[in-house]
Ligand binder design. Structure first.
Ligand code: PMP
Length: 360
């Protein structure tokens, strides 16, 4: 992986290598003794955790001859971030891109995609995944109709989880093991628990494998799934089924993607999260930690805090030096015009700038 201390060849060399940051103020407010750490994926060049898989899928497809320069058209159904990563990679590499994306996803993502030269086809939010009109169905139709079209397919492509097993996971391990324990900041020097929200599930599956296989087999991995989605395991957790629409983007589905491991050996525990919890946690990450994250980062943080209060999580919360890592997938740049963001960003100041009480 390229180091940012050297001149990089192109934007693809600036994918990943994101910082792991202490969330000390939130930890103190929660009374946590453990270290609460956030992996800040909006610092990647395209602004999200999905840059990594876009790069890996494009490079692998070039290697095995599926992508031919000057000829191939890359089509991908996405909630936006994989599309942005692919459009960025394809801008560098010279491929045309068509992105199919449900209406619910933000205008900001569409604008970025178009700015990177991609064509964007919007699809209805309410179509089930296996309908010909869903973002998956429309992508498949376009592939049949357009010569030299290739769907890299983040839902099935093994390079999705592998990108995280080979990059995101090792970066987390590297940061934790290379930061010495000190009286001020005691550390177990291990990743003791990892929490991530899931969409395709590639992030949580790949990072879990990196952590459990080669670093700490006892690491507890916690998946966060929005109420209204069916990814959580066991199925009894998904009591609202797919009937309840939710606003947070990029996480949850009405089907189980092939790249998501629901094997308890990979993801130990699942928790559900609501929009309200997610947006409150985003506000907290901004106001307390100065981190300009998107909605699914709030889902991951609120899920992490809920888990740390659970029977399984409590002993981690109470142990000095335990390292609890939360993945923060993208930034607020993707959601600046969304009502949930403007509601808290622009709401009137809680106290006057100047104390008016004097001399009255
Ligand atoms: N958060 C956001 C904002 C995303 O775009 C995605 C990807 N859809 C995720 C979380 C979940 O990542 P994954 O697909 O790897 O589960």
């Amino acid at each position: 992986m390229a180091s940012s201390r050297h001149i990089l060849n192109n934007a693809l060399d600036a994918v990943g290598n994101t910082p792991l940051i202490r969330l000390d103020k939130i930890a103190a407010e929660e009374g946590l003794k453990c270290n609460l750490l956030g992996k800040l994926e909006f610092m990647s060049v395209g602004g999200s955790v999905k840059d990594r898989i876009a790069k890996a899928m494009v490079l692998a497809a070039e290697k095995d001859g599926r992508l031919v320069p000057g000829q191939s058209v890359v089509i991908e159904p996405t909630s936006g971030n994989t599309g942005i990563g692919l459009a960025l990679a394809c801008a560098v590499k010279g491929y045309s891109v068509i992105i199919t994306m449900p209406n619910k996803m933000s205008r900001e993502k569409e604008a970025l995609l178009r700015a990177l030269g991609a064509r964007v086809v919007r699809t209805p939010d309410t179509e089930p995944w296996d309908s010909p009109n869903s973002h998956l169905g429309v992508a498949q139709r376009l592939q049949r109709e357009i010569p030299h079209a290739v769907i890299l397919d983040q839902y099935r492509n093994p390079n999705n989880p592998l990108a995280h097993e080979y990059t995101t996971g090792p970066e987390i391990v590297d940061a934790v093991t290379s930061t010495p324990s000190s009286p001020l900041w005691p550390s177990s020097m291990k990743v003791d628990a990892f929490i991530a929200s899931a969409g395709t599930g590639g992030t949580i599956t790949g990072i879990s494998r990196a952590l459990k296989k080669t670093h700490n087999p006892d690491c507890i991995v916690v998946g966060i799934d929005p109420v209204g989605s069916i990814l959580a395991f066991p199925d009894s957790l998904n009591e609202h089924g797919i009937s309840k629409p939710y606003v947070v983007e990029g996480i949850g589905y009405d089907f189980i993607p092939e790249v998501l491991s629901r094997d308890p050996a990979d993801v130990d525990t699942w928790l559900k999260s609501t929009d309200e919890e997610a947006f409150k946690a985003v506000e907290r990450l901004m106001r307390k930690e100065g981190l300009l994250v998107g909605g699914s980062s709030g889902s991951a943080l609120s899920g992490a805090l809920t888990w740390l209060k659970s029977e399984q999580g409590r002993k981690f919360a109470k142990t000095e030096g335990m390292n609890i890592v939360v993945l923060l997938p993208d930034g607020i740049r993707n959601y600046m015009s969304k009502e949930w963001f403007l509601n808290f960003a622009l709401r009137s100041d809680p106290s006057p700038l100047v104390d008016q009480s004097d001399g009255v």
